[in-house]
Design a protein around this ligand. Sequence first.
Ligand SMILES: [Mg+2]
Length: 330
Amino acid sequence: MSAFVGEVTEAELLARIFPRLPAPDGVLLGPGDDAAILAAPDGRTVLSIDTLVEDHDFRLLRPNGHRTTGYDVGWKCAAQNLSDINAMGGRATSLVVSLTLPPSTPVAWVEELADGLTAAIRELGATGCGVVGGDLGAGAQLVVTAAVTGSLEGREPVLRSGAQPGDIIAVTGTPGRAAAGLALLEDGRPLEDFGGAREELAAAQLRPRPPLALGPAAAVAGASAMLDVSDGLIRDAGRIAAASGVTLDLDPEALRPYAVPLEETAALLGLDAMEWVLGGGEDHGLLATFPRRALLPAGFTAVGSVVPGEPLVTLASQAAALRGWDHFAH
Ligand SMILES: [Mg+2]
Protein backbone atom coordinates (compact mmCIF):
# COMPACT_ATOMS: atom_id res chain seq x y z
CA MET A 1 0.00 0.00 0.00
CA SER A 2 1.24 3.43 -0.93
CA ALA A 3 2.22 5.54 2.01
CA PHE A 4 2.01 9.05 0.60
CA VAL A 5 -0.61 11.07 -1.26
CA GLY A 6 1.87 11.75 -4.10
CA GLU A 7 2.04 8.02 -4.85
CA VAL A 8 -1.68 7.34 -5.38
CA THR A 9 -4.23 8.47 -7.95
CA GLU A 10 -7.17 10.64 -7.01
CA ALA A 11 -9.51 7.70 -7.58
CA GLU A 12 -7.42 5.50 -5.28
CA LEU A 13 -7.39 8.14 -2.57
CA LEU A 14 -11.15 8.69 -2.83
CA ALA A 15 -11.67 4.94 -2.59
CA ARG A 16 -9.72 5.01 0.69
CA ILE A 17 -11.66 7.99 2.10
CA PHE A 18 -15.30 7.54 1.13
CA PRO A 19 -16.06 4.30 2.96
CA ARG A 20 -15.04 6.11 6.17
CA LEU A 21 -17.57 8.95 5.76
CA PRO A 22 -21.22 8.91 6.85
CA ALA A 23 -23.99 9.23 4.25
CA PRO A 24 -26.67 11.81 5.03
CA ASP A 25 -30.41 11.28 5.31
CA GLY A 26 -32.42 13.05 2.65
CA VAL A 27 -29.78 12.63 -0.02
CA LEU A 28 -31.35 12.18 -3.42
CA LEU A 29 -28.01 11.60 -5.14
CA GLY A 30 -24.79 10.88 -3.26
CA PRO A 31 -21.12 10.98 -4.26
CA GLY A 32 -20.10 9.68 -7.67
CA ASP A 33 -21.67 12.20 -10.04
CA ASP A 34 -20.49 15.74 -10.71
CA ALA A 35 -22.63 17.03 -7.87
CA ALA A 36 -24.83 15.67 -5.11
CA ILE A 37 -28.55 16.37 -4.81
CA LEU A 38 -30.25 16.91 -1.46
CA ALA A 39 -33.87 17.23 -0.49
CA ALA A 40 -34.74 20.56 1.16
CA PRO A 41 -38.19 20.04 2.69
CA ASP A 42 -38.10 23.43 4.46
CA GLY A 43 -37.75 25.26 1.13
CA ARG A 44 -34.75 27.23 2.49
CA THR A 45 -31.12 26.13 2.82
CA VAL A 46 -28.71 27.45 5.47
CA LEU A 47 -25.23 27.54 3.96
CA SER A 48 -21.78 28.26 5.36
CA ILE A 49 -18.12 27.48 4.65
CA ASP A 50 -14.98 27.32 6.73
CA THR A 51 -11.31 26.77 5.94
CA LEU A 52 -8.40 25.49 8.02
CA VAL A 53 -4.93 26.32 6.71
CA GLU A 54 -1.75 24.64 7.93
CA ASP A 55 0.46 26.93 10.02
CA HIS A 56 -2.33 29.48 10.29
CA ASP A 57 -5.31 27.62 11.77
CA PHE A 58 -3.41 24.52 12.88
CA ARG A 59 0.17 23.37 13.18
CA LEU A 60 1.27 19.84 12.47
CA LEU A 61 3.86 20.13 15.25
CA ARG A 62 3.21 22.31 18.32
CA PRO A 63 5.95 23.93 20.42
CA ASN A 64 5.19 21.47 23.23
CA GLY A 65 5.82 18.51 20.90
CA HIS A 66 2.16 17.68 20.33
CA ARG A 67 1.57 16.34 16.81
CA THR A 68 -1.74 17.44 15.33
CA THR A 69 -3.39 14.38 13.87
CA GLY A 70 -5.56 14.17 10.77
CA TYR A 71 -8.31 13.13 13.19
CA ASP A 72 -7.96 16.44 15.11
CA VAL A 73 -8.12 18.51 11.92
CA GLY A 74 -11.09 16.52 10.55
CA TRP A 75 -12.94 16.87 13.85
CA LYS A 76 -12.32 20.59 14.09
CA CYS A 77 -13.29 21.19 10.47
CA ALA A 78 -16.63 19.42 10.97
CA ALA A 79 -17.23 21.00 14.40
CA GLN A 80 -16.69 24.57 13.16
CA ASN A 81 -19.02 24.11 10.23
CA LEU A 82 -21.73 22.31 12.22
CA SER A 83 -21.46 25.08 14.82
CA ASP A 84 -22.26 27.80 12.31
CA ILE A 85 -25.52 26.06 11.34
CA ASN A 86 -26.27 25.57 15.06
CA ALA A 87 -25.72 29.29 15.64
CA MET A 88 -28.53 30.08 13.18
CA GLY A 89 -30.88 27.74 15.02
CA GLY A 90 -30.65 25.16 12.24
CA ARG A 91 -29.64 21.53 11.90
CA ALA A 92 -26.83 20.53 9.57
CA THR A 93 -27.84 18.33 6.66
CA SER A 94 -24.65 17.82 4.63
CA LEU A 95 -20.97 18.67 4.26
CA VAL A 96 -18.79 18.91 1.17
CA VAL A 97 -15.07 18.82 1.87
CA SER A 98 -12.17 20.12 -0.21
CA LEU A 99 -8.64 18.96 0.60
CA THR A 100 -5.44 20.52 -0.69
CA LEU A 101 -2.66 18.06 0.12
CA PRO A 102 1.12 18.26 -0.25
CA PRO A 103 2.32 15.07 -2.03
CA SER A 104 4.30 14.16 1.09
CA THR A 105 1.10 13.85 3.17
CA PRO A 106 0.76 10.28 4.47
CA VAL A 107 -2.35 8.56 3.11
CA ALA A 108 -2.99 7.42 6.69
CA TRP A 109 -3.21 11.08 7.76
CA VAL A 110 -5.97 11.64 5.20
CA GLU A 111 -7.79 8.51 6.36
CA GLU A 112 -7.58 9.82 9.94
CA LEU A 113 -9.01 13.12 8.74
CA ALA A 114 -12.01 11.26 7.31
CA ASP A 115 -12.37 9.43 10.63
CA GLY A 116 -12.25 12.74 12.54
CA LEU A 117 -14.97 14.23 10.32
CA THR A 118 -17.13 11.16 10.86
CA ALA A 119 -16.53 11.06 14.63
CA ALA A 120 -17.45 14.74 15.06
CA ILE A 121 -20.64 14.36 13.03
CA ARG A 122 -21.69 11.30 15.07
CA GLU A 123 -20.48 12.26 18.55
CA LEU A 124 -21.72 15.85 18.40
CA GLY A 125 -25.14 14.53 17.43
CA ALA A 126 -25.42 15.91 13.88
CA THR A 127 -27.97 13.21 13.16
CA GLY A 128 -28.80 12.90 9.50
CA CYS A 129 -25.79 14.93 8.36
CA GLY A 130 -23.25 13.26 6.11
CA VAL A 131 -20.51 14.03 3.63
CA VAL A 132 -21.93 14.16 0.10
CA GLY A 133 -18.86 15.09 -1.90
CA GLY A 134 -15.78 17.24 -2.19
CA ASP A 135 -12.60 17.87 -4.04
CA LEU A 136 -8.99 16.75 -3.86
CA GLY A 137 -6.02 18.76 -5.04
CA ALA A 138 -2.27 19.05 -4.60
CA GLY A 139 -0.60 22.09 -3.08
CA ALA A 140 2.36 23.26 -1.03
CA GLN A 141 0.32 23.58 2.18
CA LEU A 142 -2.39 21.48 3.79
CA VAL A 143 -5.75 23.23 3.41
CA VAL A 144 -9.03 21.72 4.59
CA THR A 145 -12.23 23.48 3.54
CA ALA A 146 -15.75 22.32 4.23
CA ALA A 147 -19.05 23.83 3.22
CA VAL A 148 -22.11 22.87 5.19
CA THR A 149 -25.82 22.97 4.46
CA GLY A 150 -28.52 23.07 7.09
CA SER A 151 -32.26 23.12 7.55
CA LEU A 152 -34.31 25.54 9.65
CA GLU A 153 -37.00 22.84 9.93
CA GLY A 154 -39.75 25.44 9.60
CA ARG A 155 -38.36 27.75 12.31
CA GLU A 156 -37.21 31.32 11.81
CA PRO A 157 -33.43 31.75 11.82
CA VAL A 158 -31.84 33.48 14.82
CA LEU A 159 -29.76 36.41 13.54
CA ARG A 160 -27.17 38.63 15.23
CA SER A 161 -29.34 41.68 14.78
CA GLY A 162 -32.33 40.96 17.01
CA ALA A 163 -31.07 41.80 20.52
CA GLN A 164 -33.31 44.30 22.34
CA PRO A 165 -32.69 46.38 25.48
CA GLY A 166 -33.97 44.36 28.43
CA ASP A 167 -32.98 41.00 26.94
CA ILE A 168 -30.93 38.52 28.95
CA ILE A 169 -27.51 37.44 27.63
CA ALA A 170 -26.81 33.74 28.01
CA VAL A 171 -24.00 31.35 27.09
CA THR A 172 -23.56 27.61 26.79
CA GLY A 173 -20.58 25.44 27.42
CA THR A 174 -17.31 26.38 29.08
CA PRO A 175 -15.91 29.63 27.70
CA GLY A 176 -12.15 29.87 28.14
CA ARG A 177 -11.33 26.14 28.05
CA ALA A 178 -10.20 26.07 24.41
CA ALA A 179 -8.01 29.12 25.03
CA ALA A 180 -6.47 27.42 28.06
CA GLY A 181 -5.80 24.39 25.85
CA LEU A 182 -4.19 26.56 23.19
CA ALA A 183 -1.94 28.20 25.81
CA LEU A 184 -0.83 24.74 26.97
CA LEU A 185 -0.14 23.56 23.41
CA GLU A 186 1.79 26.71 22.60
CA ASP A 187 3.86 26.47 25.76
CA GLY A 188 7.31 24.94 25.35
CA ARG A 189 6.77 22.29 28.04
CA PRO A 190 5.14 18.92 27.30
CA LEU A 191 1.54 18.47 28.44
CA GLU A 192 2.58 15.80 30.96
CA ASP A 193 4.34 18.50 32.97
CA PHE A 194 0.92 19.97 33.69
CA GLY A 195 -0.72 16.74 34.92
CA GLY A 196 -3.38 14.46 33.47
CA ALA A 197 -6.36 16.83 33.50
CA ARG A 198 -4.53 19.12 31.06
CA GLU A 199 -5.26 16.66 28.25
CA GLU A 200 -8.91 17.67 28.55
CA LEU A 201 -8.02 21.34 28.10
CA ALA A 202 -5.92 20.54 25.03
CA ALA A 203 -8.85 18.50 23.70
CA ALA A 204 -11.14 21.52 24.12
CA GLN A 205 -8.88 23.35 21.67
CA LEU A 206 -8.17 20.46 19.31
CA ARG A 207 -11.63 18.88 19.26
CA PRO A 208 -14.23 21.50 20.25
CA ARG A 209 -17.74 20.26 21.11
CA PRO A 210 -20.39 22.71 19.90
CA PRO A 211 -23.75 21.99 21.60
CA LEU A 212 -25.68 21.08 18.47
CA ALA A 213 -29.02 20.49 20.19
CA LEU A 214 -28.99 23.93 21.80
CA GLY A 215 -29.11 26.13 18.69
CA PRO A 216 -32.52 24.78 17.66
CA ALA A 217 -33.59 24.79 21.35
CA ALA A 218 -32.68 28.49 21.62
CA ALA A 219 -34.63 29.25 18.45
CA VAL A 220 -37.70 27.44 19.84
CA ALA A 221 -37.33 29.32 23.17
CA GLY A 222 -37.45 32.64 21.30
CA ALA A 223 -33.79 33.72 21.28
CA SER A 224 -33.63 37.25 19.85
CA ALA A 225 -29.98 37.05 18.67
CA MET A 226 -27.33 34.34 18.58
CA LEU A 227 -23.89 33.36 17.31
CA ASP A 228 -21.28 30.78 18.16
CA VAL A 229 -18.25 31.90 20.16
CA SER A 230 -15.36 31.50 17.76
CA ASP A 231 -13.27 34.56 18.60
CA GLY A 232 -13.98 35.13 22.29
CA LEU A 233 -16.96 36.30 24.35
CA ILE A 234 -16.12 40.00 24.18
CA ARG A 235 -15.37 40.08 20.48
CA ASP A 236 -18.39 37.95 19.60
CA ALA A 237 -20.69 39.87 21.96
CA GLY A 238 -19.43 42.97 20.15
CA ARG A 239 -20.75 41.51 16.89
CA ILE A 240 -24.26 41.15 18.34
CA ALA A 241 -23.99 44.66 19.81
CA ALA A 242 -22.97 46.08 16.43
CA ALA A 243 -25.62 44.19 14.44
CA SER A 244 -28.39 45.00 16.94
CA GLY A 245 -27.39 48.57 17.81
CA VAL A 246 -27.40 47.93 21.56
CA THR A 247 -24.93 47.59 24.46
CA LEU A 248 -24.24 44.09 25.78
CA ASP A 249 -23.38 44.33 29.48
CA LEU A 250 -21.63 41.17 30.66
CA ASP A 251 -21.56 40.38 34.38
CA PRO A 252 -18.01 39.36 35.44
CA GLU A 253 -19.38 37.70 38.58
CA ALA A 254 -21.63 35.44 36.49
CA LEU A 255 -18.62 34.56 34.31
CA ARG A 256 -16.17 33.99 37.16
CA PRO A 257 -17.25 30.32 37.72
CA TYR A 258 -15.86 29.53 34.25
CA ALA A 259 -12.47 30.93 35.25
CA VAL A 260 -12.16 29.11 38.58
CA PRO A 261 -11.38 25.62 37.16
CA LEU A 262 -8.77 27.19 34.85
CA GLU A 263 -6.95 29.20 37.52
CA GLU A 264 -4.44 26.51 38.50
CA THR A 265 -3.34 26.07 34.87
CA ALA A 266 -3.26 29.83 34.34
CA ALA A 267 -1.03 30.26 37.40
CA LEU A 268 1.42 27.61 36.09
CA LEU A 269 1.65 29.53 32.81
CA GLY A 270 1.72 32.98 34.45
CA LEU A 271 -1.51 33.89 32.67
CA ASP A 272 -4.98 35.10 33.70
CA ALA A 273 -7.89 32.62 33.57
CA MET A 274 -10.50 35.38 33.33
CA GLU A 275 -8.76 36.65 30.22
CA TRP A 276 -9.28 33.22 28.64
CA VAL A 277 -12.98 33.33 29.58
CA LEU A 278 -13.51 36.80 28.15
CA GLY A 279 -11.10 36.75 25.23
CA GLY A 280 -10.46 33.15 24.26
CA GLY A 281 -12.20 31.78 21.19
CA GLU A 282 -12.75 28.45 19.51
CA ASP A 283 -14.96 26.87 22.17
CA HIS A 284 -17.89 27.10 19.76
CA GLY A 285 -20.45 27.39 22.51
CA LEU A 286 -23.40 29.69 21.86
CA LEU A 287 -23.85 33.31 22.93
CA ALA A 288 -27.49 34.33 22.69
CA THR A 289 -29.93 36.94 23.90
CA PHE A 290 -33.43 36.09 25.09
CA PRO A 291 -36.43 38.25 25.96
CA ARG A 292 -36.78 38.43 29.74
CA ARG A 293 -40.07 36.48 29.61
CA ALA A 294 -38.44 33.56 27.77
CA LEU A 295 -37.52 30.40 29.63
CA LEU A 296 -33.78 29.78 29.11
CA PRO A 297 -33.31 26.31 27.61
CA ALA A 298 -31.39 23.88 29.84
CA GLY A 299 -27.69 24.32 29.07
CA PHE A 300 -27.81 28.13 28.88
CA THR A 301 -26.55 30.30 31.76
CA ALA A 302 -27.45 33.98 32.13
CA VAL A 303 -24.30 36.13 32.09
CA GLY A 304 -25.54 39.68 31.53
CA SER A 305 -28.17 41.88 30.01
CA VAL A 306 -28.78 44.00 26.96
CA VAL A 307 -29.08 47.71 27.68
CA PRO A 308 -29.79 50.74 25.49
CA GLY A 309 -26.72 52.60 24.30
CA GLU A 310 -23.80 52.57 21.94
CA PRO A 311 -23.13 49.28 20.12
CA LEU A 312 -20.42 48.01 22.44
CA VAL A 313 -19.69 45.50 25.18
CA THR A 314 -19.38 46.50 28.81
CA LEU A 315 -18.37 44.54 31.90
CA ALA A 316 -20.68 45.46 34.79
CA SER A 317 -21.27 48.75 32.98
CA GLN A 318 -17.50 49.38 32.62
CA ALA A 319 -16.49 49.68 28.98
CA ALA A 320 -14.41 46.62 28.09
CA ALA A 321 -11.05 47.55 26.63
CA LEU A 322 -11.55 45.70 23.36
CA ARG A 323 -7.98 46.35 22.32
CA GLY A 324 -6.80 44.07 25.07
CA TRP A 325 -8.57 41.06 23.56
CA ASP A 326 -7.36 41.47 20.00
CA HIS A 327 -4.33 39.24 20.44
CA PHE A 328 -6.69 36.28 20.11
CA ALA A 329 -7.65 37.43 16.62
CA HIS A 330 -6.41 35.30 13.76
MG1 LIG B 1 -19.82 31.43 13.57
